[in-house]
Ligand binder design. Structure first.
Ligand code: URA
Length: 299
């Protein structure tokens, strides 16, 4: 049985799957309000509508790119859109003219649903910040893509960088034990980090690194659509909740994340628990809080 947090009907109704708007008669070159509305709805569902270069050049409209349609991590990510507009140079490019001649207008568009594989392949070649130059591997995330529980840490460490998997070092062993203490297997949950590349010497992530990397996590969360998020450590909690409050204030209550108001619980990072084992009692309280929320969510 797939568990979902109880979400008010109004939230779902913001993105109807069926568009009741009647088709409009369009003249060539008109911008299509129905299409724009549909594009916005598809974007809200994480679906990128690719347009051929022909339609971009002909209509001088915008192309929506997955990478430019990403809200930053926030408590309720704002739906922002940015556009890349075809330039005069584009329209004169010979390869575009060839495409134009060979394309069938009925195959003008292909809807490409967002997938974790697509995001992962973007991450694997990402050069958006300076961490790219020092990495061995990107660390995208691992686990069940349909997980109820999504666990989010800070950034890869040395072991993760070497293996390309999150939480595989000593902190990861403790995390596995924490998950199993909830009678779950590690494979049942999905684990990711705010940053996908290791900061040098495991230093704290910098603001520009978070700004560059967080859109990938936002897209992951949107696709996995977990019933609960467990944020591990001050850094992940502050980044996800867009706050500077200390972890002592963030622990012990249920926060809400994103457009689906996903319950979010904050706990200590396992690396901190390895250094301060007496705090494990509090971490266990956090896990029990999260488990209680999950039992409330059961249909
Ligand atoms: N610490 C994290 O925050 N994430 C990892 O993947 C490993 C250590």
């Amino acid at each position: 049985m797939r568990l979902r947090p109880v979400v008010p009907a109004s939230i779902h109704s913001r993105v109807p799957l069926f568009d009741p708007t009647p088709a409009l008669l369009m003249k060539p070159g008109d911008s299509d309000p129905v299409q724009s509305l549909n594009d916005a709805r598809l974007a809200a569902m994480g679906i990128v509508r690719w347009k051929t270069r022909r339609s971009v050049v002909d209509a001088d409209t915008s192309v929506e790119l997955a990478a430019s349609n990403e809200p930053s991590i926030s408590h309720r990510p704002a739906s922002s859109e940015s556009h890349q507009t075809a330039t005069a140079d584009d329209s004169m490019h010979p390869s575009i003219q060839e495409d134009t001649q060979s394309e069938d207008i009925t195959s003008d568009e292909v809807i490409t649903p967002e997938t974790l594989e697509i995001i992962e392949s973007e991450v694997s070649v990402c050069q958006k910040c300076t961490l790219a130059s020092g990495r061995i591997h990107t660390v995208f995330g691992s686990g069940n893509p349909k997980a109820q529980w999504m666990i989010i840490g800070e950034a890869p460490g040395a072991a993760e960088d070497a293996q390309g998997k999150p939480f595989v070092g000593r902190a990861g062993q403790l995390l596995t034990a924490m998950i199993e203490s909830l009678d779950m297997s590690r494979d049942a949950v999905y684990i990711a980090n705010v940053l996908k590349c290791r900061p040098p010497n495991n230093r704290d992530p910098l603001g520009d690194e978070v700004a560059s990397c967080s859109p990938y996590l936002v897209r992951q969360i949107r696709l996995i659509r977990p019933a609960i998020i467990l944020a591990l450590g001050r850094f992940a909690a502050q980044a996800l909740l867009q706050t500077q409050q200390p972890i002592s204030r963030l622990r012990g209550s249920v926060h809400r994340y994103g457009e689906f108001d996903t319950p979010l619980v904050v706990s200590y990072h396992p690396a901190y628990l390895l250094r301060s084992p007496l705090e494990k009692r509090k971490a266990w309280e956090d896990l029990k809080l999260a488990r209680r929320i999950m039992s409330d969510v059961v249909e």
